[in-house]
Design a binder for this molecule. Sequence first.
Ligand SMILES: Cc1ncc(COP(=O)(O)O)c(C=O)c1O
Length: 486
Amino acid sequence: MKIVPRDKSSLKGNRKVLTRQTKGDKFRVSSFKGYYSMYDKDWAKVDINKVPSIKTVVPGPKSKEYHDRASKYMKGYSNQVKLFPVAFESGKGSVLTDVDGNDYIDFSSGIYVTGLGHCHPKISEAIAHYAGQLMNCHDFTTKIKMELLEKLAEVTQGDLNGIQLYDSGTTAVEAGLRCARAATGNFEFISFWRDFHGKTMGSVSLAMVDSSQGMRAPGFYQAPRPNCYRCPFKMTHPECNCYCVDFIENVILNETSQQLAAIVLEPVQGWNGSVVPPDDYMPKLRVLCDKYGILLFADEVLTGMARTGKMFCMEHWDTIPDITTIGKGFGNGFPVTAMCVSDKFKDVIENISASSSYGGNPMACAAALASLEVIEDENLCERSEHLGNIMLKRMEKIKNNHPIVGDVRGKGCLLAIELVKDKTTKEPFEEAGKLVYRKAFEKGLAWVPSRSTLRLSPPLIMDDDMALKGLDIIDEAIGEVEKELL
Ligand SMILES: Cc1ncc(COP(=O)(O)O)c(C=O)c1O
């Protein structure tokens, strides 16, 4: 990366103009103190004929050794790892390399995190700069924090200008819950079947509980999630007129003590396989919240930062929540998250301490500001939408050609394929899910399983031909599994 002295003459005007400027085929990297660098627009380009490249049996010998040694101590790996225990060495753009030198197309972005590609030069430089200048100063103001807050307030929907910075999605969600309680004086919450919000106690109580967690905390209730492929009411959209929203009124009136602070949901369900609500769902939910004076809390930890083709997913439905949480792609891999609340409740959060050990540290702020700038500079909302469209088109073909593919769906680069034993009964095909996941991984596709559903979240910067090559691998893997299982 070429470091060039800062051109002071370009500093007049505001920072937005500065950072959006490009020069030839280079992007200006940053406005950080005293210097900026240029990076090549094609920094992540690879010869598509050379990727994936699998040179050993995978997971290879070094992967096996490292994983065996690590797993003596590390317990509770995700199914993503348990089903394919590879050890990774490096990542660049849309390509991951394991410790045995095998290269994979990345359809996982870590876990919906590295949307701008692994080791994006601007993000890496921003973090490295603050790693050398100031790593932590509690919640004191820094210049980079001030710049991030101003930028975030500019890009969030409506008046979501009351901001607190945290270091994980779940701690931002917890802050949102505290904020909803303080703002309304109420204490109950409604969340949705199979949504996921994190692993601290409040977040766990918003999600499905299993035998390892026991009961959810008092005051937390659940309602059926809009899922038109598997409608819990056996209705069809649009004739149903989003009856699932009407049903929430039953939950409010019959289950809760009507002291509701917020309705909390993922705009598009992530963990359960990119389940997209119908377009009239969110506006109708907003009306219901307003009718009862309940806050609408959109957890955009997974769906934000252009993942679905808009900076924030709720923009698809012109619906502005009262509280939103941001994470994962916010720092493109660096742990930085945020809870944003409407100006209406700004004074309330003044009383909720945002102080935490790591929240808003200078490296985190630099990573987040750089990520927001890259999304704008590289037009990644449009790119995410475009990539999602061409991928969904190809996925429709896969669905039509395979008896075990029940549904393909998603928005932007948040996509999924659901496998079934029978397209009419829609019985989930978990065994096929595991096998297709493994086979495609063996062929060089790093991605994310979820029982009978396979999740696709490529970096937003992935080239079209690489995305389509990844789908060819999936197509082939499904065909092989059908031969084995049908
Ligand atoms: C919608 C949503 N909210 C919150 C979280 C929790 O984020 P973290 O793992 O950073 O705590 C996740 C993580 O997957 C998520 O998908």
